[in-house]
Design a protein around this ligand. Sequence first.
Ligand code: SAH
Length: 528
Amino acid sequence: MTVNQNGSEKKRKKGNSGRTGKVWLAGAGPGDAELLTVKAAELIERADVIVYDALISAELLSRIPRDTETIYVGKHAGKHPVPQKEINQILVREAEKGKNVLRLKGGDPFVFGRGGEELEMLVQADIPFEVVPGITSSVAVPAYAGIPVTHRDYTSSFHVITGHARKDGKLNIDFASLVRLNGTLVFLMSVSSMEMILKGLLDAGMDPDMPAAVLERGTTAQQRRVTATVRTLKEAADRAEICTPAIILVGKVCALAEELHWAEDRILGGRQFLLTRPRQNLSALAKRLRELGAQVIEMPAIHTEPISPNELLRCALAQFRERDCGKWLVFTSPIGVAVFFDALKEMKADLRNVLGGKGTVRIGAIGSATASVLEAHGLFPDAVPETYSAGELGKELAELSQPGEHVLIARAEKGSEDLIPPLTEAGLTAEDIPLYRTVYEVNPVLKETVTDMLESGEIDAVTFTSASTVRGFVRAMGEMDYSRIRAVCIGEQTARAAAEYGMQTETAAQASMDAMTEKIVELYGNCR
Ligand code: SAH
């Protein structure tokens, strides 16, 4: 509680809703989305509006929930960034509407992040705030390059310095003091002033053979390291065409990278994948790829909307109970299973009642993922085809049934047409009940970033786990050159859909996340 001079609680701004708005000034870490703090990750989930700038990676953007408003205040290609004053005003304006505002900044918000200025403005406007420190690039980027910023044998201090030149083009750095300190020097915002910095150090008496490094896009799949000496670094960096964001590191510890490098040596180190998936799916694949060192952008290109209330389902289930014959209840996606059980709950329909009428009930699932969600609900499927495809499922059900049996298919609106013909040909009756519909969409900012990344070849491959995610992806991305995309697909049907748009396709040996991971490692893994 803030107490003012009169001893009473300080009045905080309230929006029209009567709710008090608040700002969280949070660091997003240096790039690798897993270097987000637990607190920042939670705030991304629950903020009403997120104000962010250029250092926030696509991997992080893809974590922002669909309904959260986002305001981009960084540089757009060819345009100037939003002036600081305007950013301050945006924060105040949004908080005054009564919103929970997350101001997300690269690294740590107080390390050359102008976080202090933003807070001063909030204090003036009497807006409550919290600060969430982040992992700063000044320590994390060297760490991912295999460079400890301190080491007992070489240095007992490290110093973080801005290399940003003043308006007159000069640097405001006391080089003589820096050289005397004999510690590790970390220069941020220093690519364009590299020559001046290195000259400043040499003129102040630094050993020209002192190890030095420039580290570009550290902690991401694109990270690059150039190691040299203070005398040779500029030339080496030019040869490598180093661009911003990068840091310059000077000190004996730089030489340790040769021995201690690790990030790019991980099985999928230096690789970046785009995972398309329905938003509601748990991303087991993303977790596995990250564990192997890959950077993973999860782009939910399709989103499902349950049909609710579902009168058709209610009637179909009532009739299903009464049918006195062999019966199948069939599911074709994990989401379908989840929506089915949600619908039962909404209708207050007890499973014993639904399945317990006349005749025997068997359960069918299109693949192992759907089967495992059914199992979590206590239903162990009687039919799961070896190959993940609607046609195969139809054939397998037909083989296991006698003519006259009934099949209730609970699935997406406009499901695959291949499922029903094998059933009717075998003399079964089929009833197709839509549980949910698919909506195609993607956050426009993420779309722009991802399009650029695909076109520049920064994304090694895109994964698809169903033909509908291929179509969702294409509908969401719109016009682009799909022939440049390497698609890793879960099965033949998915691969065919990707090939229709001209993508280069690879198919996993089986329809499972393990097989997808294996395929990706086979195609993109570093052999050590
Ligand atoms: N608040 C940030 C720094 C902002 S200043 C932090 O704590 O990290 C911006 C500078 O940070 C860039 O010019 C670059 O020097 C450095 N930087 C940020 N992210 C980086 C990254 N992933 N790799 C290399 N340098 C990075």
